[in-house]
Design a protein around this ligand. Structure first.
Ligand SMILES: [Zn+2]
Ligand SMILES: [Zn+2]
Length: 538
């Protein structure tokens, strides 16, 4: 790592420490320790671990010019804000301005700062991008007198990519004559500060800093243009090759996507699969080899959530009612284990109290079953947090790494493989530890881990936290080839985090995942049987 990168990382370390409220003396001591580590290995396990202890949305906020750790902490503590989009809303509706030491001027500069951040970094997480583009889509669809028939999201957001660089829309207008009116109206749309035009494309720059590409099309060409604007380039190129080989003319009328695929002898390909990795072969011959992708309605259980027994803000009863309302049959509560002291991990002596509360909620709240799970730390030597006597008392165990991210690959792989030997382990949680745009995955031989999971009947998590989306979708597909069962885990710390599941489903679908391979698509008894099978065999 060069000197500049080291300085940058040390500044990040200091900022995260300040977010935690550490004093200056301790910050300097940890920086000194980290400096030698960075120079030697290129990564700082201190920083990696600290990132586990602070909501990732707060770390994102540190990148807003003029917003130091003290102010971010104040925002978090007084407004319970954890995400950039929430902060933007608070800066717009007066809540931020009302905070002591803030005021209207600071709120406005935060709002501009978020906009500038979008312009400079260009990259954003899926959920931020989806919120932004959906707002623009709605604004354009609502434009009156512009002759807009339909506006749809395209590009990487539609393909459910985990990190988004560009925002794309397709707008359908009434015919070529209407195009000029439409372009003029787009330029006058609320929030649009700049418009650039080339051929059938307009690029809109919004006051928020967001740049959106809009492909203009007519009803006759909509199907073809939506496919083009959705991509991926590899998928579109494969379609074009096929069209040439079959002598299909692209100047025909294609009012919807299905008509394009049909003309090419293909079944419609769900956008998540359009990555040029075998989807056309699967879509040929009637499409029988396309997967039946998992959907929200397949999920019977809500997995991986934290209650007020660790770092969640929600009571057990609140989780039960929220999950019942959302249509789930069961919910698996998984608080942090005792080694995660920073996250208020459940001490052994509190387990009985939590379980009594779960029993009480099960007896009182109908139409939902609350299961007793735990997210146990995988310790440095590969043992699970708590001894077997305590683990025996849980219905199921998610094992996750929350510390010592800097291990060499062989050592880290051994650590996880060792943890998998423990028959209490039901699910391997966020298996690479990555935080998108913030922390690289730890070094680990996933191929070995997935093979062992398949052999032993351990599920591997697709963690649905939009900052994680871990297992990566490319590896989800590999896991299925190896016969691994996957679970879709919300990793929610409040009922607001229930929306994570939709984002995680996108990644699961992108990994060609079908419901029969999803652990929480099973009913509670089948789920418990899966968890117990290993203990019975042991
Ligand atoms: Zn975790
Ligand atoms: Zn968790």
């Amino acid at each position: 790592m060069d000197k500049q990168a080291v300085r940058h990382t040390l500044r990040q370390l200091a900022a995260v420490l300040e977010l935690k409220g550490e004093d200056a003396v301790r910050v300097r001591a940890l920086q000194r320790a980290a400096r030698s580590e960075l120079l030697a290995t290129g990564r700082s396990s201190a920083l990696d671990e600290l990132r586990e202890q602070v909501p990732p949305g707060l770390v994102e906020m540190l990148r807003i010019p003029g917003l130091g750790a003290a102010k971010v902490r104040q925002i978090h503590e007084s407004l319970a804000i954890e995400a950039l989009a929430e902060l933007e809303a608070a800066a717009g509706d007066g809540r931020l301005a009302a905070l002591p030491r803030f005021g209207a001027k600071t709120a406005e500069s935060v709002r501009r700062g978020i906009a500038a951040l979008r312009q400079t970094t260009g990259l954003r997480l899926f959920h931020h991008a989806q919120d932004e583009i959906e707002a623009v889509r709605r604004a354009l669809a609502g434009l009156e007198g512009g002759g807009i028939l339909r506006v749809e999201i395209a590009g990487t957001v539609r393909r459910r990519c985990e990190v988004i660089a560009e925002l794309d829309l397709v707008a359908v207008h009434e015919g070529r004559a209407a195009r000029e009116t439409l372009v003029r109206r787009l330029g006058q749309a609320p929030g649009v500060t700049e418009i650039a035009r080339r051929e059938g494309n307009v690029t809109l720059r919004l006051a928020s800093g967001t740049v959106v590409d809009v492909l203009l099309t007519t009803p006759e060409r909509f199907g073809l243009d939506w496919i083009r604007a959705t991509g991926s380039p590899a998928h579109v190129a494969a379609l074009e090759t096929r069209a040439r080989a079959m002598g299909v003319s692209v100047s025909a009328a294609f009012p919807d996507e299905r008509s394009v695929y049909r003309a090419l002898g293909l079944a419609w390909v769900p956008p998540e699969l359009r990555e040029g990795s075998g989807e056309l072969d699967a879509a040929a011959g009637g499409g029988g080899r396309l997967p039946r992708l998992v959907e929200q309605k397949d999920l019977r259980g809500f997995l991986h959530c934290h209650s007020n027994y660790s770092d969640g803000t929600v009571t057990i009863a609140d989780w039960a009612t929220a999950c019942r309302t959302a249509g789930y049959e069961w919910v698996g509560i998984t608080d942090h284990s005792m080694s995660s002291a920073y996250a208020g991990g459940l001490r052994s002596e509190d387990v009985a109290r939590q379980h009594a509360e779960i029993d009480e909620v099960n007896a009182r709240v109908g139409d939902i079953r609350v299961l007793k799970g735990v997210e146990a730390d995988i310790l440095a030597d590969g043992t699970l947090d708590y001894g077997p006597d305590v683990l025996d008392r849980f219905d199921f165990v998610i094992g996750s790494i929350h510390s010592r991210f800097g291990m060499a690959e062989a050592e880290m792989t051994r650590r996880v493989l060792t943890a998998m030997e423990d028959p209490h382990l039901t699910i391997l949680g966020h298996p690479t530890g990555r935080l998108l745009l913030q922390r690289e995955p730890y070094a680990i031989d996933l191929e070995q881990v997935l093979a062992k999971a398949a052999a032993l009947g351990i599920a591997v998590e697709v963690n649905a936290d939009p900052h994680r989306l871990d297992l990566d979708w490319r590896m989800v597909r590999r896991a299925r080839e190896l016969g691994v069962t996957l679970s879709i885990g919300a990793d929610a710390h409040s009922t607001g985090g229930m929306t994570n599941v939709a984002v995680g489903l996108g990644i699961a679908r992108k990994g060609w995942l079908e419901p029969d391979a999803v652990l929480n698509a099973r009913d509670a008894d089948a789920f418990l049987a899966f968890a117990r099978a290993r203990l019975v065999a042991a």
